[in-house]
Design a protein around this ligand. Sequence first.
Ligand SMILES: C[S@@+](CC[C@H](N)C(=O)[O-])C[C@H]1O[C@@H](n2cnc3c(N)ncnc32)[C@H](O)[C@@H]1O
Length: 288
Amino acid sequence: MAPGLCNTWLVARRSQFLPWQVAGQLTDRQQSADDVVMATGWEFNSTSGSDAQTLAEFVSSGDVEVSMYLDAFGLPADDTERRVLVEIGCGIGRMTSAFTKRFSCVYACDLDSGFLERCREAVAKFGRVDRLRTIHVPDGRTLDVPDGVADLTFSYITLQHCSRGDALSLAGESLRVLAPGGRIALNFRQRVWADVALLPLGKVVRAVFAVPGLGPWLSKHRTFTRLAWQVNRLDPHHVLGPIRDKVDDVVIWRNPRRSAPIWGAAGAELRYLDAINPAHWWLVARRR
Ligand SMILES: C[S@@+](CC[C@H](N)C(=O)[O-])C[C@H]1O[C@@H](n2cnc3c(N)ncnc32)[C@H](O)[C@@H]1O
């Protein structure tokens, strides 16, 4: 392919990276992780509004959600002497700090290196930085983590922001890094009516992000940023199809308001939790 065409193709294929990379650059320019939360007002958790003003409040919203999800899903949460966790899409460490208090080693993986630096800062302040390893994911689809090292792979409000191919690749990676018997807890977003408008608008905003000089301006506006983040919607059968022969004890967790039967995920058990966003679902399973 000619170099010009190749660049255009790469920008188009990776347009979903742009809002994160611009946000990461803005993050880098702040004096501290506290300033990042105060100056940007990005809201990474999707519960009914973390109005976090400070890094401490932001991280404390992560503490609450880590406890809630680990307990609800029956995932390993103690025995920190030997358990290893891989977090896909750690951001600036909102949940990572809590994970380092419960696991002996946490591989915190993210697309953006600016976020990873802030994640280290947040964990140094609120968690156990001696247990943290930050892993850059420049291609958005493969994890530089050895095979079979982890007891749990966890990902929250991240896989919806990747291209469908990258999200499925990361789901495969979440199993590769697990020891046999290890568990995955992966959060996805499925289609809702609002997506008729949200997904095309997201594409348009990402195209505007690519216009030189406009990205940093858009990035300061929460509505544009959140629109640009909207990339894929996946149903359980999309995710389970490629990995079905590698997992057991498959549970799909949803909000009780989403009670329609799921199809194409034979053998999966359905369970419900009020705290789950009605547009989200979780895949919790054990590696064979
Ligand atoms: C909405 S934030 C969530 C952060 C964290 N899980 C939390 O709940 O606070 C999504 C994160 O996923 C990262 N991300 C997006 N696409 C990714 C990809 N393809 N691979 C790895 N990380 C990705 C972004 O850089 C961002 O830090």
